[in-house]
Design a protein around this ligand. Structure first.
Ligand SMILES: *[C@@H]1O[C@H](CO)[C@@H](O)[C@H](O)[C@H]1NC(C)=O
Ligand SMILES: *[C@@H]1O[C@H](CO)[C@@H](O)[C@H](O)[C@H]1NC(C)=O
Ligand SMILES: *[C@@H]1O[C@H](CO)[C@@H](O)[C@H](O)[C@H]1NC(C)=O
Ligand SMILES: *[C@@H]1O[C@H](CO)[C@@H](O)[C@H](O)[C@H]1NC(C)=O
Ligand SMILES: *[C@@H]1O[C@H](CO)[C@@H](O)[C@H](O)[C@H]1NC(C)=O
Ligand SMILES: *[C@@H]1O[C@H](CO)[C@@H](O)[C@H](O)[C@H]1NC(C)=O
Ligand SMILES: *[C@@H]1O[C@H](CO)[C@@H](O)[C@H](O)[C@H]1NC(C)=O
Ligand SMILES: *[C@@H]1O[C@H](CO)[C@@H](O)[C@H](O)[C@H]1NC(C)=O
Ligand SMILES: *[C@@H]1O[C@H](CO)[C@@H](O)[C@H](O)[C@H]1NC(C)=O
Ligand SMILES: *[C@@H]1O[C@H](CO)[C@@H](O)[C@H](O)[C@H]1NC(C)=O
Ligand SMILES: *[C@@H]1O[C@H](CO)[C@@H](O)[C@H](O)[C@H]1NC(C)=O
Ligand SMILES: *[C@@H]1O[C@H](CO)[C@@H](O)[C@H](O)[C@H]1NC(C)=O
Length: 465
């Protein structure tokens, strides 16, 4: 045995032209390694009560605000210096050190400071923290609420349930990280109000909730003043992204039907998250973000159906447009099928013969008027500064595509799902996307998406694929 190992290493040594044979020994003792130091996590108690807020009317209402300088941020042309670097593959400046190109931000040797640096940073990280807290509760809630047989019935084994538990534990770490970067006034865990759901609906809800959790962070990550904070947040949101995909797999969906994930403004994430927060403790730090009115997609595709686009009014009626299984007959239920292209038990991936949505699909919309109390202690109020609704905005991958609203009648209309590709071979509208009603077709791209906010009437999630 020893001789075999030595000759292997000799061969390797020769192959790599080393001058010495490395130390080789067979591991034979168990060496203990005591942790020198372990950072503690934020105190976590399991939220035991769920349901709507029933306490007294809030004493503080509306989003946090200060002096407001203008109704919106005007659009300006690009900064000229950004068009000047000759991207020709050659070096254009002396190198600060060997193997180190000139440029970059935060690369000059200053010690990193993992601390928010502006109102923008604080409000964004505080929003992300509200999201981590709800996920921590939601994942525990699933494990505590649904019997093992229900998990087994849709193909989720004990190993899958452990994965769900592990995802909850990841949230403890994320909440700790963000709390540390915010300081003593960091938002703490609240109590939550989920729709009444069976397991199938719960998985769909979780899949949608993690979508806005993930996308809500991508939308602001590169706008943060504190790049150090951005670095750590990126490393936690990458985990979140995996959670979103795992919920799609739990749901029997194609795990990643797109080439690019979406990034959306903070107010969109807050709009979708806040309605599920029932109450927060006294002194909870409030947020600046807007709560837009709810949008309902009357023929919201239903992933629990074999033909998921063949639906009418099959959601739980909540902001996230969670699927509703009540009216699905056994023969239309995709978990009951054993045919490839139809079946949707939990799996790494499934093909779906009948797509959930397709270009040219007529999509029926209905939206709320502003002024409704939502969120923790019913203390936030939905609002819009948009004029009369005229367009649907489809926000998917790298693209925002507008389609006109037709037959507008009061707060309802229909529109046609556009046929648009991000790049050739990549239909833009697929996966779990964001659908808005707007008063104009303002051209926006991923880095300035929040410019559309003053013109948004309502928003929701669309289950495109
Ligand atoms: C490093 O860059 C930052 C930001 O540009 C600057 O404030 C700081 O003075 C620089 N530090 C050194 C040591 O050059
Ligand atoms: C919270 O609930 C989960 C799942 O029911 C359980 O594993 C965990 O130990 C609980 N944590 C605390 C702090 O009670
Ligand atoms: C929200 O309601 C709960 C329960 O009534 C109460 O304990 C808490 O102080 C309220 N929070 C705020 C921020 O008013
Ligand atoms: C809330 O803040 C006030 C003022 O700082 C303080 O007196 C009170 O004890 C705090 N309440 C809680 C529950 O932390
Ligand atoms: C699926 O539903 C769509 C929309 O209702 C319909 O056009 C299509 O024919 C259905 N496909 C099958 C295979 O039933
Ligand atoms: C959709 O269903 C809900 C609950 O069943 C009902 O209250 C609502 O009126 C329905 N909406 C439409 C447009 O059919
Ligand atoms: C789910 O669908 C059923 C049947 O249409 C309906 O009665 C029920 O109200 C829906 N659930 C919710 C929460 O809207
Ligand atoms: C079909 O699926 C439903 C919901 O998952 C389940 O209650 C029912 O037992 C299934 N039927 C068959 C024939 O598998
Ligand atoms: C899955 O779908 C792809 C794309 O339509 C197709 O090429 C492939 O043959 C399908 N596989 C199965 C097993 O149906
Ligand atoms: C979404 O992607 C899946 C998987 O590639 C594909 O089968 C489906 O047809 C796509 N749907 C749309 C609307 O492009
Ligand atoms: C839209 O309105 C036109 C004219 O009133 C009507 O003919 C058509 O049926 C309507 N379409 C839908 C989908 O309601
Ligand atoms: C979608 O976004 C990409 C990347 O910005 C762009 O190149 C492409 O032209 C856009 N597609 C459409 C149809 O606008």
């Amino acid at each position: 045995m020893v001789g075999f190992i030595s000759s292997t290493y000799l061969a390797l040594a020769l192959a790599f032209r080393c001058h010495a044979v490395p130390v080789v020994s067979e591991p034979e003792t168990t060496v203990t390694s005591a942790a020198e130091y372990t950072a503690s996590v934020v105190p976590v108690t399991n939220v035991t009560s769920h349901g709507p807020y029933t306490g007294p009317p809030p004493t503080t209402t509306g989003a946090l605000s200060t002096t407001i300088l203008a109704p919106s941020i005007p659009a300006y042309p690009p900064e000229q210096y950004k068009l000047q670097y000759p991207a020709d593959g050659k070096l254009h400046k002396p190198q600060p050190a060997p193997y180190t190109p000139a440029g970059g931000l935060g690369t000059n040797g200053s010690e990193p400071v993992y601390r928010v640096q502006s109102d923008f940073d604080y409000e964004s990280i505080a929003l992300a923290l509200y999201q981590e807290w709800i996920e921590l509760d939601l994942f525990h809630y699933g494990l505590a609420t649904y019997p093992i047989e229900e998990f087994e019935a849709i193909g989720l084994t004990a190993e899958d349930r452990y994965l769900l538990q592990f995802m909850a534990e990841q949230e403890v770490g994320h909440a700790t990280l963000l709390t540390n970067m915010l300081g003593p006034q960091a938002p703490v865990q609240c109590t939550y109000n989920y729709p009444s759901m069976n397991l199938r609906e719960y998985i769909d809800f979780s899949q949608k909730l993690t979508r806005w959790g993930e996308s809500g962070v991508y939308g602001f990550l590169n706008h943060l003043d504190a790049r150090e904070v951005g670095q750590l947040l990126l490393q936690s949101i990458s985990t979140e992204a995996r959670q979103q995909m795992i919920f799609r797999q739990f749901e029997g969906l194609f795990p990643m039907p797109v080439w690019f994930e979406i990034g959306v403004p903070q107010s969109w994430a807050w709009t979708l998250l806040a309605p599920y927060i029932s109450s927060c403790p006294e002194n909870q730090t409030r947020l600046i973000w807007q709560n837009f009115p709810a949008l309902r997609i009357l023929n919201q595709p239903n992933p629990a159906r074999i033909n998921g686009s063949d639906v009418w009014n099959e959601t739980l009626g909540d902001y996230a447009q969670t699927l509703n299984t009540t009216d699905i007959s056994h023969s239309d239920f995709c978990t009951n099928s054993t045919k490839v292209g139809e079946k949707c038990t939990a799996a790494i991936t499934h093909n779906r013969t009948n797509p959930l949505s397709y270009p040219g699909r007529q999509v029926f919309l209905e939206w709320d008027t502003p002024g409704q109390a939502v969120g923790p202690n019913n203390s936030y109020v939905t609002s819009t500064s948009a004029g009369a609704p005229k367009f649907a905005a489809w926000v998917s991958q790298l693209n925002v595509t507008y389609s006109p609203l037709m037959n507008i009648s009061g707060n309802s209309a229909y529109t046609i799902q556009p046929n648009t590709s991000t790049y050739e071979g990549d239909p833009a509208i697929n996966g779990t996307i964001f659908l808005l009603v707007t008063d104009r077709d303002l051209p926006v791209t991923p880095f300035n998406l929040s410019q559309v906010n003053p013109f948004v009437n309502a928003l929701s999630i669309y289950q495109a694929g």
